[in-house]
Design a protein around this ligand. Structure first.
Ligand code: FES
Length: 99
């Protein structure tokens, strides 16, 4: 096993889990998790934050009814019911040194 420091200042884990059969999930069509993830990735790239900020797709975070859900490492902040309209505020959090 190789070990090294995390190369990113911050990582946002965005739930993009999708389910079939009518069960609610952040990544289901119309729920917005996938669109949120793509909007965050686009902003990170456009703002030159690549290499500092990582947008990572996540599996189910176990708060499906409140989704789309995401959390930021190492801030320890959790966000629910988020969508593309929240991207500017989330980017500010990701750019900031603190939480
Ligand atoms: S599917 Fe996103 S929290 Fe469960």
């Amino acid at each position: 096993m190789e070990r090294k420091n995390v190369p990113y200042q911050k990582t946002i884990f965005v739930c993009t889990n999708a389910r079939e059969g009518g069960r609610v999930a952040c990544g289901n069509p119309g729920r917005g998790g996938m669109e949120l993830c793509e909007a965050l990735k686009d902003s990170v790239k456009r703002l030159g934050l690549k290499g500092k900020v990582r947008v990572a797709r996540s599996g189910c975070l176990d708060l499906c009814e409140k989704g789309p859900n995401a959390f930021v490492y190492p801030d320890g902040q959790w966000y629910s019911g988020i969508g593309p309209r929240d991207v500017p505020e989330l980017i500010k959090k990701l750019e900031s040194a603190g939480g």
